[in-house]
Design a protein around this ligand. Structure first.
Ligand code: DGY
Length: 319
């Protein structure tokens, strides 16, 4: 008998087909996010779950999961939605999909940076709404990205790709990370052992680190003022890294000139206060959303499931 895999969201068709070619599959036809009770009920009917970051696997949920469930394969690199310690304690294997989404997510970081600094939202709105009546030397002047000092918080895979792309814009790269990375991976980048030192040294800042208890609300009323007045901040990582009220206040006061946000504390929907600000460029968590990457993420999640059920160590096993 083939193991049963419950796929909690509608993934791109080739991924669904590839999983169904190897496993018996149960799908969530409605694509509505499955809450804790629904996940617990589903766990009695499957050996594995292929989940997205939209499904919250809290310790309370893990405690109620059926012993039949052996492995949770995440269709994401971030796993802040899964209580890993609780899974480990129950002997449930958890995997993620690193590497394959670094290019796509770095692209979105760059897009946020350019969109925020060059006022893409205001410009797009002006043309669409028929409000573009004249060209003028002072029309919608933005902040030039080329040659600026860019701070990257989190020099993991995404941060490293972003550094490479930003160098194409002749940006000077600074970063903060738990420890310095090999200089060959980020040639010429300046390491800052503290977040404060990084933020005081740059004009633009990109968040590319995981959400953990240590990084939660790392952007707050105090730290945002470590950035110089007129700085640009972008977040393609996780909303929880930011105290949104503090960022909104800094955007209103002009201390932060512009922000580009792909992630929010509350998803979907985001914080409506951002939508009321012209100096924010907003996206609905599109970091990894390219055809190529969403396919590659599926292949990686499937490879982890295949390895597990063949008795081999899954490549991306976290616990
Ligand atoms: C990730 O992989 O962490 C992306 O944010 C999509 O979930």
């Amino acid at each position: 008998m083939r193991p049963v895999v419950w796929i909690t969201r509608q993934l791109v068709a080739p991924v669904m087909e590839a999983v169904a070619a190897e496993f018996d599959v149960i799908t969530n036809e409605t694509d509505v996010v499955m809450d804790g009770d629904t996940l617990v009920a589903a766990s009695h009917a499957c050996d594995a779950m292929l989940i997205c970051h939209s499904e919250l696997i809290t310790a309370e949920v893990v405690a109620r999961l059926s012993p039949r469930l052996k492995i949770i394969a995440n269709y994401s690199v971030g796993v802040d939605h899964v209580d890993l310690a609780a899974c480990q304690a129950r002997g449930i294997v958890v995997t993620n999909t690193p590497d394959v989404l670094s290019d796509a997510t770095a692209e979105i970081s760059m897009l946020l940076l350019l969109g925020a600094a060059r006022r893409a939202y205001e410009g797009d709105r002006m043309v669409r709404q028929g409000l573009w009546t004249t060209w003028g030397p002072t029309l919608m002047n933005g902040i030039q990205v080329t040659g600026k000092r860019l701070g990257i918080v989190g020099m993991g895979r995404v941060g490293q790709v972003l550094a490479k792309r930003a160098r194409g814009f002749e940006m000077e790269i600074h970063y903060h990370n738990r420890r310095p990375v090999d200089d060959a991976l980020v040639p010429g980048a300046v390491y800052h052992p503290t977040l404060q030192s990084l933020m005081q040294s740059v004009e633009m800042l990109s968040l590319n680190c995981p959400a953990t208890p240590e990084t939660e609300r790392m952007m707050n009323a105090e730290s945002l003022h470590w950035l110089p007045r007129g700085a640009v901040l972008v977040n393609a990582a996780r909303g929880r890294l930011v105290d949104e009220d503090a960022l909104i206040a800094a955007l209103r006061s002009g201390h932060i000139a512009a922000a580009g946000l792909d992630c929010f504390v509350t998803e979907p929907g985001g914080n409506p206060a951002f939508a009321a600000l012209d100096n924010v460029f907003l996206l609905p968590h599109l970091g990894s959303s390219t055809h190529e990457t969403r396919f590659a993420m599926g292949q990686r999640a499937l490879a982890n499931l295949t390895a597990y059920f063949q008795g081999e160590p899954p490549r991306d096993r976290l616990v």
